[in-house]
Design a protein around this ligand. Sequence first.
Ligand SMILES: CC(C)(COP(=O)(O)OP(=O)(O)OC[C@H]1O[C@@H](n2cnc3c(N)ncnc32)[C@H](O)[C@@H]1OP(=O)(O)O)[C@@H](O)C(=O)NCCC(=O)NCCS
Length: 389
Amino acid sequence: MSATFVEKVCVIGAGSTKYGKLDDSISDISIQASVDAIGSAGIEPKEIKAGYISNVFGIADKQVHLGPVVMSNLGISERPSLTIESACGSGSISFREAYANVAAGFYDVVLVTGVEKVTHTGTDWTTTYFSYCSDFFYEGQSGASFPGLFASMARAYLTEFKATEEDFAMVAVKNHENGLLNPKAHLRKKISVDDVMNSAVVASPLKLYDCCPFSDGASSVIICSEKFAKDHGKDYIEVIGSGRGGSPAALQGREHLTTIPSTKIAAEAAYKMAGITPKDVDFAEVHDCFTIAEVIDTEDLGFFEKGKGVEAVREGQTKLNGSISINPSGGLKSKGHPIGATGVGQIVEVFDQLTGKAGERTVNDAKIGLTHNFGATGASCAVHLFKSV
Ligand SMILES: CC(C)(COP(=O)(O)OP(=O)(O)OC[C@H]1O[C@@H](n2cnc3c(N)ncnc32)[C@H](O)[C@@H]1OP(=O)(O)O)[C@@H](O)C(=O)NCCC(=O)NCCS
C-alpha cells in the first residue's frame, strides 16, 4: 500500500521539560514544553493551525481532553486539536497523525505535544494504571504488570540465545552513561554492571536497573511543510519515513516472545518510504522500557541479526559514537519514560542531534536518525526516519 503526499514534511522546532518527578500540573508542563518548541521554531502561536496532544493518564492529574486546554493556554483556542492515547506509544502515534495531515496539505504548521504526570500517585497506583494498557482480560487482571510481561520476554531470550543477565545490565550501564550527558534526563547516575546485578529483583530476571522509572514530563515539536520551513529560514530537519504496525495485544497471542511484530512492520514501511536500509541509519532512539526491549528492538529494526543484539552491546557497538549509537539521549531507562511524552521526546532528541544542539552527547557526523516507540508490549508501534538538511 502506498500513499500520495502533497507536501514534504519537516520538523522546525523542538522543546521539552526536564523528565522526573515534577511539581507543576499536567497542563502547566504541557504549556512549558509547547512554548519551548514554539520559541525554538521562531514562530508565533497564531501561526499554528492545529494541535495533536498525546497523553494516557490525564485522569491521574484531573485533566483529560488536554487538546483544547493546551490550545486555549497558547491563546489559539479557535484552532482544532486532537488528544491521542496509544499507551506508551502515544507520542509517536500522535506525531504520525500530525505528519499525515501536513503531508496531505490540510495544515502547513502544527504543534505536537506529549505529556504525562503520574509520579504523585505512587508506585502501586501507577503500576495498576499502566496495567490497564495491557490486554487487561488476559494480562493485567491476572497480575501480569509490565515488568512481569517483559521479564517473560527476557527469560525467553535467555533460553533461546547465547545471552546472560550481564548482557542486559550492559544496556542499562550504557544508557545511564548517555543520560549523564543529558541535563533533562530523570536518572542521571553512573552505574556499573555490578550495580545492576546487585539491585533489587523486580520480576526475575529483571532487576531495578533493568527497568525504566515512572516519570513526569512533556515534550513538543513543531512540524510544517517544506515550503514553510524554507521560507522561515530556521534550522529544520526532514521527515523521510513514517511507518506504523500492530501486534496481538496480549503476549499469549504471539508466535515468539523474542520479537515484536509491530516493530518489524513499522520499520519495513518506514525504510521503504525513505528508500534506505538499516545500514544508512546513524543513530536511533528506541523503546527501551526494559533492557531486554532495547536488545529486541535493535534486532527487529534490522541493525543486528536475531540473537546477535547482545553481542553488539558486549562489543560496545551501540555506545555513543559506536558503529550505531542507540539511545544517545539516555533512552527511557535513564532519560525517563513519561509515557504520553516519550515518543515526542525521542523526536526532540533527533532534532537536537541533527541541528547541532545535542552538546556533549552529539553523535559525530550524523545525517539520518530513527525513532522507534511502542505501546504496551508492542501492541502498537510507530517508526520514523529523519534526515538533516
Ligand atoms: C522499577 C520500579 C518497580 C521501581 O519502583 P519503586 O521500587 O517504587 O521505586 P521508588 O520510586 O520508590 O524509588 C526508589 C529508589 O530507586 C530509584 N529508582 C526508581 N525506579 C528506578 C529505575 N527504574 N531505575 C533506577 N532507579 C530507580 C529512585 O530514584 C529511588 O532512588 P533514591 O532512593 O536514591 O531516591 C518502577 O520504577 C517500575 O515499575 N518501573 C517500570 C515502569 C513501567 O512499567 N513503565 C511502562 C513500561 S511498558
